[in-house]
Design a binder for this molecule. Structure first.
Ligand SMILES: *Cc1c(COP(=O)(O)O)cnc(C)c1O
Length: 496
């Protein structure tokens, strides 16, 4: 079955998977969506006998139908290799009544590696298939983790340049150091005076700037995206939901067909949407529990049908979830209104102009069948990290702790005893300051790398290579610009 992709803002045109990956975002500003949901071609029982790469292939072949088996297997082999510190790629730990699906064993120790390890291979293959001769310029807005994972994936890749914009002061010290020490002459890292939403809007504006696109085309370039608006990121993420189910089945923790819950710490709604895709292709999912931090736009939506970004942006200890405009939510809105792009456009225009929209009862019903929202305050996150550590010795990062705290509440209030998987999105070593303070109750003002050693002493968990590598690395990027000047920075980098 061939799957084609349509923009959420224009149903009249379809493009191939490989073309959608190259474009990143549709010309009309919409996001690409598959025109139908395929179904897994082998049984859950058969899936449980495959390793991560095998599962990834079974998932990706359903959606990337214009790639050959050889091409997909090549991309998968090169992505999920020794860059990961465990052969399992995504190990699961059973801690205090729930399974933690650890997605942070890749080279930048956050879940963004799951898709950004493979995106460069998919993009190179896609460019070849579509006879693209221009150099690809990847523009990326990051709330902290996408930036480094994209830089690590694309640094040194021939025919590609990459610019990363991050909110100056809005990411953890380790996250920033990871980015500003990035080596490679095809990379540029820029801090902006603004928050993540500003960075993301700025990038989207550049994608939508016709004149500027023509100008860079003349100079031999074309833009693409490494954000989760690119289906080349979304689809590879579906694989670990399928793998989690298959793994529980393999280990006798569930029976074939049993429903499970996933609890997902959410920002841009990319990770949890991949979980929804897993459900649609045949994984038995009861609820996708959407966990927000104090920027709880999504929680409020699930409570009320109203998406309202008109509120203060809060800087929390889970910076990768500090987001008020969750880009991928547009994809769910589109599905929930029957893939009607005209209706979707109205909601997105309201969001742009008034910062708020209200969905219909039918749409809300559709969404409630699969999703439920929860949120955790800073205090709850901190307490959860401490409690889990005291009880079990397992150390949660701040993002995973949001999900864990939300799950604890959910379990207490619903008495739902469905097997639950908490999606663990980062290593605690990325957020050492907040994690340590939660555990020992001290407000730490030491250097971040001193804190890394302290956490190592306290927890006995090996310090990841990703952290040791940047300890003494020189800072190579120190550009900071106003959010209005992002385009100018791109021009400078491309020497236009
Ligand atoms: C990006 C990120 C999230 C949020 O994921 P979305 O796909 O944006 O919802 C959560 N935790 C960590 C550690 C992240 O890096």
């Amino acid at each position: 079955m061939e799957i084609l992709y349509k923009s959420t803002r224009d149903s009249s045109k379809s493009v191939s998977a490989s073309y959608a990956i190259i474009k990143g975002i549709a010309e009309d500003g919409g996001l690409f969506m598959p025109d139908q949901f395929p179904s897994l071609e082998i049984s859950l029982e058969e899936l449980s006998k495959l390793d991560y790469k095998g599962v990834a292939y079974e998932v990706m072949k359903l959606f990337f139908t214009d790639f050959t088996e050889e091409e997909l297997r090549y991309c998968i082999e090169h992505a999920y290799d020794s860059k990961f510190d465990t052969e399992e790629i995504v190990p699961m730990s059973f801690v205090d009544g729930a399974y933690y699906l650890e997605l942070f064993h890749g080279s930048t120790i956050a879940f963004k590696d799951m898709a950004l390890s493979i995106l460069p291979y998919l993009m190179k293959t896609a460019a070849k298939k579509n006879n693209i001769n221009e150099k690809i310029v990847i523009l990326t807005a990051t709330s902290g983790d996408t930036g480094k994972a994209a830089l690590a994936g694309f640094a040194g890749v021939e025919g590609v340049k990459i610019v990363v914009f991050y909110p100056k002061g809005g990411v953890s010290a380790i996250q920033e150091k990871q980015m500003v020490t990035q080596v490679g002459d095809n990379v540029k890292v820029v801090g902006i005076t603004g928050n993540f939403d500003d960075a993301q809007t700025g990038v989207k504006n550049i994608f939508g700037d016709k004149e500027f696109n023509e100008k860079i085309n003349k100079a031999g370039y074309r833009f693409s995206s490494a954000n989760s608006i690119n289906i080349g990121r979304l689809i590879p993420q579906v694989a670990y939901y399928v793998y989690a189910y298959a793994n529980l089945l393999k280990n006798g923790k569930i029976e074939e067909g049993d429903l499970i819950n996933f609890v997902v710490p959410t920002g841009n709604f990319g990770n949890i949407l991949a979980g929804y895709f897993a459900k649609r292709i045949g994984i038995p999912v009861n609820k996708l529990i959407c966990a927000s931090n104090e920027n709880k736009v999504l929680y409020d939506f699930f409570e009320s049908k109203v998406y309202d970004r008109n509120r203060d942006f809060i800087l929390t200890t889970s910076p990768s979830m500090d987001i008020l405009i969750s880009s991928n939510f547009e994809r769910l809105i589109y599905l929930s209104c029957g893939c009607n792009s005209d209706k979707n456009i109205q909601f997105m225009n309201d969001l742009k102009e008034k910062g708020v929209y209200t969905v219909t009862d039918e749409m809300k019903q559709f969404i409630d069948e699969s999703f439920i929202g929860g949120f955790a305050s800073e205090d709850m996150v901190s307490k959860r990290i401490k409690n889990v550590f005291d009880k079990t010795g397992y150390v949660l990062d701040t993002h995973t702790a949001v999900a864990s705290a939300v799950y604890e509440n959910y379990e207490n209030s619903t008495k739902d005893d469905t097997t639950s998987v908490i999606v663990s999105t980062a290593s605690p070593y990325k957020f050492t300051r907040a994690v340590l303070s939660s555990i020992d109750g001290i407000k730490h003002d030491e250097d971040d790398f001193v804190l890394v050693d302290k956490l190592n002493e306290l927890s006995g968990i090996d310090i990841p290579k990703a952290v040791n590598d940047i300890r003494n690395a020189p800072v190579l990027h120190n550009t900071v610009c106003d959010k209005e000047d992002m385009k100018k920075e791109v021009e400078n980098f491309l020497v236009l």
